[in-house]
Design a binder for this molecule. Structure first.
Ligand code: GLN
Ligand code: ZN
Length: 768
């Protein structure tokens, strides 16, 4: 009798192999169903059962769609009622103590997200270098982590009942803590990583028992410059999770950049699979790795955050390179599809040619499946798809709309004229002669409340119920109202209020050549808020002036200076889907040139002040420090190109917000804007210290109150803020303004707040 060697049970619980997956999915619904249902729930118009019914159907439809398309490992738990970081805080029992008294778990969750009359919400900030905002969990030294896996287990259960090959997705503990904020004296939340290990182990046990064969931990923090200590901690954590005997297989997902040396550390920790973003350049880390062994590499070759059709040849070459070094390879998107619209099929106004260059969510899923087929059966098996891909690429690069030689030549010629010839201190003198402003001039950032009349006018125009003349008349009425209000309040520098702008980027994109504005291409920005980023597909040119008529009308109503109001090149790029066939720096200069032409036209129309907003300057800052100088160089250069075409007497303002500016202080100085209004109210004017410490000597308007809250600031409070500001900035350079535009506020709050702002400025002026 033959002796058979006993089969040893491997400590590794390897889940079924898969070939085609995506790292995550959008969740707001193809028709923004979740947005509507959630807002109805908040308004009390539907109950929780109805909201959950909508949510369950959206999940079900998403999974069914992925399965039908041929995805053989389907991410679940990528649904969220608000945000995945907030979900993780709830999972770990780490919601802030101030919402603990709210009995209903869903209402408690929403309270942490949005606040209530009694409690402040969590802070919100940008998710890496995307335009998605997550809620920042607060971790204290004593936060008592406690697992509550109900939500993920319910999701998994629903999926398994529907016969889905489900892979629950969780934010990895390293990323979770690295993005959290330490409170109550905890300086670094990562120091609490070991406390999370037992919870994650317990979670793995539950997921395994419930039938999950794979689980995905998202660790995008690993593509940033994490310290060696953090890497050690991460490796230790994944080692201890992999050592657990009974568990699903582990996929650690990195995205938004090159994983670099972190790849080997994580692969070496014994996880079964690792996802890498090969669109943003992680290939060298993979091919250079000697730690992959039999690790499954989930190769992100289909761009999850831009809208271009994948070049299948290039993707195949990358897959081949991975296959040469890895145990096995699966095809994936580079990151979650959260960042792109659902489907091109929803776009009716797009021409077939342009459409053939693009891929939204559904189309990307199909690309993943096609590429997985090629990996499995050879490139010959996708011959037709390859020739379509080549044809589209060839057609795109030859299309006359993509290239405008006049624009390229003008950019080339104007590039040298980036800086204003007179130094800022001398410009200030001539501008002051021109403007005759009091010390501590008061102003606002641009927009005034978006009234019902404005929304109705916009809807009427879209529906064809009114014509362009009637629309213009209604917008002018709004402008007149806002100018009258500012005169009455006694502000020194006025704005027209921006009623005609649906959005500060889209408004310009709709008027510039080279942009396509999608109709249904909604992408979640935060919670129930969605944006529709324009698609920048060709060289940018400005056929006509974009803002001059509105400005001229507003200025005709007042003897006080009205600011011309524009969006800067970096922000226009940050909030659009950008080209992948031209360096961003070149596109930035093209947009800058268009804005420059507009500043010159505004000046000719009588504008003495032109404001060029760059709230997204910080947002595009590369995740790796080594890439930052190059970015700042072109970003600042584009702003300078946009703003240096005017006379010394014309005062250039800029406005920055939505971020902490510590990393870009030098760049703010280099913008050389005569006046910078900057968000500061929530950080107690700290940014002023930073600016002054590097020798800033231009005008600055630190926001003296937070416009994100409906609270009306008192005169005393604003006086105090100005006092703090004057301790650092001399009165000749200090401006008085709110933190940001007023478009989300109600008129009554705005009137009350600005009344106090003007009173405070007068009081402080009198004491100077
Ligand atoms: N001028 C714009 C406004 O006031 C600026 C908006 C912004 O900074 N996001 O609305
Ligand atoms: Zn702002």
């Amino acid at each position: 009798m033959a002796v058979t060697t006993p089969i040893t049970t491997s400590p590794r619980s390897t889940g079924p192999a898969f070939g085609a997956t995506v790292l995550g999915t959008p969740r707001v619904g193809p028709d923004r169903e979740l947005k509507r249902a959630t807002e109805s729930y908040w308004a009390g118009a539907i109950d929780r059962t109805e909201l959950e019914r909508v949510a369950a159907r959206l999940r079900s439809d998403m999974w069914a769609g992925l399965r039908a398309a041929g995805i053989d490992a389907i991410p679940v738990n990528t649904f969220s009622f608000y945000d995945q970081m907030l979900d993780t805080a709830a999972l770990l029992g780490a919601l802030p103590g101030r919402v603990a008294h709210i009995a209903d778990d869903l209402d408690r969750y929403f309270a942490a997200a949005r606040g209530t009359a009694q409690v402040a919400p969590l802070e919100m900030t940008k998710w890496f270098d995307t335009n998605y905002h997550y809620l920042v969990p607060e971790i204290a030294p004593h936060t008592a982590f406690r697992l509550d896996a109900t939500s993920v287990l319910d999701d998994l259960d629903q999926a398994l009942r529907e016969g889905i090959a489900a892979r629950p997705v969780l934010i990895g503990p390293v990323t979770f803590l690295a993005l959290s904020k330490g409170v109550d004296g905890l300086s670094d939340p990562l120091t609490r990583l070991d406390d999370l290990v037992p919870l994650y182990r317990e979670l793995l046990t539950h997921l395994h028992a419930a039938g999950a064969q794979w689980v995905q931990f998202d660790e995008p923090i690993l593509v940033t410059d994490v310290s060696d200590e953090t890497l050690d901690r991460a490796a230790r954590l994944y080692r201890s999770l992999s050592e657990q005997q009974v568990r699903p297989s582990l996929l650690v997902a990195t995205y938004f950049g090159d994983t670099g040396g972190a790849l080997d550390r994580i692969a070496g920790a014994g996880v079964e699979a690792i996802a890498v973003d090969l669109v943003s350049g992680g290939l060298d880390a993979v091919t250079g790795s000697d730690a992959l062994g039999d690790t499954l590499v989930v190769a992100g070759v289909v761009d999850g955050r831009n809208v271009w059709r994948t070049d299948l040849d290039r993707a195949l070459a990358r897959l081949e390179a991975v296959r040469a070094v890895a145990g096995s390879v699966a095809v994936s998107t580079s990151c979650s599809l959260l960042h792109v619209p659902y489907s091109l099929a929803a776009e009716t106004g797009i021409d077939a040619t342009l459409s053939s260059w693009l891929a939204f969510g559904d189309e990307k899923v199909a690309e993943v499946v096609t590429l997985a087929t090629a990996v499995r059966d050879g490139a010959e098996s996708i011959g037709a798809a390859l020739s379509d891909s080549r044809a589209a690429a060839g057609q795109r690069s030859a299309d006359p709309r993509v290239r405008n030689d006049t624009v390229r030549a003008t950019v080339e010629a104007e590039r040298r004229h980036r800086t204003r010839s007179t130094p800022a201190t001398r410009r200030r003198v001539v501008q002051q002669q021109e403007l005759g402003l009091p010390l501590l001039p008061t102003t606002t950032i641009g927009s005034y409340p978006q009234t019902t009349a404005i929304r109705v006018a916009r809807a009427d125009l879209r529906a064809g119920r009114i014509d362009g003349d009637e629309y213009t008349a209604r917008m002018r009425a709004e402008i007149a109202e806002v100018v009258r209000l500012q005169e009455k309040l006694g502000l020194d520098v006025l704005v027209h209020g921006e009623p005609e702008r649906n959005d500060m980027v889209q408004y310009f994109a709709e008027q510039l050549d080279g942009f396509f504005a999608s109709e249904r291409g909604w992408v979640q920005s935060y919670g129930t808020r969605c944006v529709r980023p324009p698609i920048l597909y060709g060289d940018v040119a400005r056929p006509d002036a974009m803002t001059v008529d509105w400005f001229r009308y507003a200025q005709s109503l007042s003897a006080k200076p009205v600011k011309g109001m524009l969006t800067g090149p970096v922000t226009i790029l940050a909030w659009s889907f950008v080209r992948d066939d031209l360096p961003l720096a070149d596109t930035a200069d093209q947009v800058a040139l268009a804005i420059r032409q507009e500043t010159v036209d505004l000046e000719a129309a009588g504008a003495r002040i032109v404001q060029v907003d760059e709230p997204a300057l910080r947002e595009l800052l590369p995740l790796r420090a080594s890439e930052r100088p190059r970015y700042l160089d072109w970003a600042v250069g584009a702003f300078q190109l946009a703003t240096s075409g005017v006379a010394d007497t014309t005062q250039i303002h800029t406005h920055l917000c939505y971020s902490e500016f510590g990393d870009v202080i030098g760049a703010i100085v280099d913008l050389d804007a005569d006046v910078t209004s900057i968000e500061a109210a929530r950080s107690h004017m700290e940014v002023l210290d930073d600016l002054e410490s590097v020798g800033f000597d231009l005008g600055v308007g630190p926001g003296v109150y937070d416009i994100h809250s409906p609270r009306v600031p008192s005169v005393e409070e604003i006086v105090d803020s100005l006092g703090e500001a004057l301790a650092v900035v001399p009165a000749e350079r200090l401006w008085v303004n709110p933190d940001c535009g007023l478009k989300t506020r109600g008129t009554d709050e705005v009137v009350a707040s600005l009344t106090n702002l003007v009173a405070a400025a007068k009081q402080v002026r009198a004491e100077l």
